[in-house]
Design a protein around this ligand. Structure first.
Ligand SMILES: Nc1nc2c(ncn2[C@@H]2O[C@H](COP(=O)(O)OP(=O)(O)O)[C@@H](O)[C@H]2O)c(=O)[nH]1
Ligand SMILES: [Mg+2]
Length: 279
């Protein structure tokens, strides 16, 4: 698939972003990588593994409320088998959010113990990374329970590292490390969940891909919502959606939007787009 983007892919930018992230990482004891539970593979960025070096990585599978529970469990088992720590969360309702701090202490307990023995009184430090739109800011805000003002974004303000206290012995860097997803490999799955803006994507192709996906993995919910009985061609689907939602049969743009909106907002049930078999 060809994806046009307005993201600057110049190697220089990439190198700079990588260097900055590495600098931040050098300040912390643990790296959180936020994933979208609907696309635990496509939202995973391998660069984190590289820049985290030997620091532990805690994968926060956010938006768990939108994903298929059975698939989330499979993905967590898979990532655990690969040496990652995992927690499924929902930053909006707060599901499992209170487990992040205790789990962090648990992961870092040897380090904390060693510091204690040596009489070192240092807080543990963590940072959040993740691709755009996975919920990094929502998580930070939920963890610190207030909105953080981005003082460093104003011109003339010295950009110093800002830390927020999560607990007596745990600090969090308040600026998340933004990573770019690999569009070449995961473009369709990223697009389907809305991780990439629709206006840079071939929308008809995504919708067709989405129809196939729903028909393969969540046929019942798909048929139920649009009162589909059988599908002989893609036009049957367009026709049924139009009928079910009261719009013109040839208004493809509107039908596309209805379908994508439904898929992204749980109207077709919880969906996991990345399937573990595709690893
Ligand atoms: N359903 C759901 N939506 C979420 C969750 N966390 C964040 N969002 C939404 O995802 C969008 C992107 O969140 P944001 O924190 O700005 O992502 P960031 O770009 O990684 O900082 C916002 O519309 C949030 O309300 C979640 O756990 N569940
Ligand atoms: Mg943000």
């Amino acid at each position: 698939m060809e994806v046009k983007t307005n993201i600057n892919w110049f190697p220089g930018h990439m190198q700079k972003a990588k260097r900055e992230m590495k600098e931040k990482t050098s300040l912390v004891n643990i790296v959180y990588m936020v994933l979208d539970s609907r696309i635990p593979k496509s939202s995973f960025n391998h660069l984190v593994k590289e820049i985290a070096s030997n620091r532990p990585i805690l994968l926060l599978l956010n938006k768990a409320d939108l994903a298929d529970k059975i698939e989330t469990k499979k993905w967590m088992d898979y990532y655990k088998s690969q040496g990652y720590y995992c927690l499924d969360i929902d930053a909006i309702t707060g599901y499992n959010m209170n487990k992040i701090v205790p789990l962090t202490y648990e992961i870092l307990k040897d380090k904390i113990e060693r510091n204690k023995e040596r009489g070192i009184k240092l807080s543990m430090k963590a940072m959040i990374t993740g691709i755009p739109n996975v919920g990094k800011s929502t998580i930070i805000n939920a963890l610190v329970k207030k909105k953080i003002t981005q003082v460093g974004d104003k011109p003339g303000v010295t950009k110093t590292q800002q830390w927020v206290k999560l607990d007596s012995n745990l600090d969090l860097l308040d600026t998340p490390g933004v990573l770019w997803p690999k569009l070449e490999e995961n473009g369709m799955n990223l697009a389907l969940t809305g991780a990439i803006k629709d206006d840079i994507m071939p929308i008809d192709e995504i919708v067709k891909y989405g129809f196939d996906f729903m028909n393969t993995y969540y046929k019942e919910a798909f048929y139920e919502r649009y009162k589909i009985d059988k599908i002989d061609s893609i036009y049957d689907i367009y026709e049924k959606i139009a009928k079910a939602r009261g719009c013109k049969i040839d208004d493809y743009e509107k039908i596309n939007n209805i379908f994508l909106h439904d898929l992204r907002h749980e109207k077709l049930g919880r969906v996991t787009v990345d399937r573990l078999t595709s690893v």
